[in-house]
Design a protein around this ligand. Structure first.
Ligand code: FES
Ligand SMILES: [Fe+2]
Length: 344
């Protein structure tokens, strides 16, 4: 990365300037962010209740990193590389209930721990098989059936889930089931970080989300910084909690409402192209409210419209960076600090 493209954000929000516009416009910085931030990030794989198979193949950040893995649900949950250790053929191509993992290319067989247990034609090959011939296993984290993985975790994700459990002691997380009909996917032409920044502040709510603003008591909107996470709490006009909005670095959002959980995953596809997935996990007997002025789909439209306008503005030769509101933008500031640390 060119030296004059260094990202440095002051830790003191009262003197800091926001992320410089070249962060959003430089292909080099974008590529570096993918390697330094996304490659080893924690990502959501699936909710266990959505699969009734033992083997579930998936790609790590599909469309960006695309590393093939297979989730193994046998005695112990495991996530193994889905690539044969011989000459890299893909192993599982679809969900199945196999008791072993077989390679269709030259017949190797692995057990569900990833150990090579059968091979053909390797007589006389020295030091074979060794550990390197087994499938690599990566870290997984199972929180009430929600499975996450990371190849090389940058932080302990458990802390954020402990915070969630502490604040929502009566929430039946283990009963949440994905409602595909209310889930949604968008591809929009914006930089991924612009989308996340917008999420990380409630500052824009009175201006951008009239419907939501009628529901919540904006004067009580609160933001807390966690380790690699940000929590925003909104209360309604009768002082009841309206939502807990958790963000986990860099791109996971867990929004807990009375009706259930809305999970958003923000995945860059290119420098100005981002996939946004919404997964709806209603509580038993409830559904996600729709088409009301404060409904998630309406709020999402309003957010996308404003973020698209920022995408245009950030490319202007007349914008370099701005200042933070200490009161309203500490979540955005923390996000920028984390990015600058990982890009060092
Ligand atoms: S690539 Fe799998 S056995 Fe050859
Ligand atoms: Fe918003």
């Amino acid at each position: 990365m060119e030296n004059n493209f260094k990202i440095s954000i002051d830790k003191d929000v009262s003197i800091a300037r926001t992320m410089p516009s070249y962060f959003y416009n430089s292909k080099d910085i974008f590529n570096k962010s993918i390697n330094s931030i996304f490659r080893n990030s924690w990502q959501f794989v699936i909710n266990k209740l959505s699969i009734n198979h033992k083997l579930f193949p998936f790609l790590f950040i599909e469309g960006l990193i695309d590393d093939p893995y297979v989730l193994v649900l046998s005695d112990k949950l495991k996530i193994l590389s889905n690539v044969c250790t011989h000459r890299a053929a893909l192993l599982c191509s679809e969900k199945s209930n196999g008791s072993t993992i077989k390679c269709n290319y030259h017949g190797r067989v692995f057990n569900l721990n990833g150990k090579l247990i059968k091979h053909y034609g390797f007589e006389g090959v020295k030091n074979f098989p060794s550990d390197e011939d087994n499938l690599i296993e990566i870290n997984n984290f199972d929180w009430n059936n929600f499975i996450f993985c990371s190849k090389n975790p940058m932080f302990n994700i458990q802390n954020i889930f402990d915070d969630i459990c502490k604040r929502l002691p009566d929430y039946k997380f283990e009963d949440l089931v994905c409602d595909e009909k209310s889930s949604n996917k968008y591809i929009i032409n914006v930089h991924w970080a612009l989308y996340c920044e917008n999420y990380l502040e409630g500052f824009h709510v009175p201006f951008v989300h009239k419907g939501l603003n009628d529901d919540i008591d904006y004067s009580q909107y609160d933001t807390e910084i966690l380790d690699h996470g940000v929590l925003q709490i909104a209360k309604d006009k009768s002082n009841k909690i309206y939502a807990h909005y958790y963000w986990i670095f860099p791109n996971l959002m867990l929004n807990f409402y009375d009706w259930g959980l809305s999970m958003n995953i923000i995945s860059p596809i290119g420098i100005n192209k981002t996939k946004i997935e919404f997964f709806s996990f209603p509580k038993k007997g409830m559904t996600q409210p729709k088409d009301i002025p404060s409904g998630i789909n309406i709020v999402e439209e309003e957010d996308q419209k404003i973020v698209k306008s920022v995408q245009k503005g950030i490319q202007s030769s007349n914008y370099k960076s701005g200042r933070y509101s200490i009161k309203h933008e500490k979540g955005v500031h923390y996000f920028h600090l984390l990015i600058s640390e990982y890009l060092k």
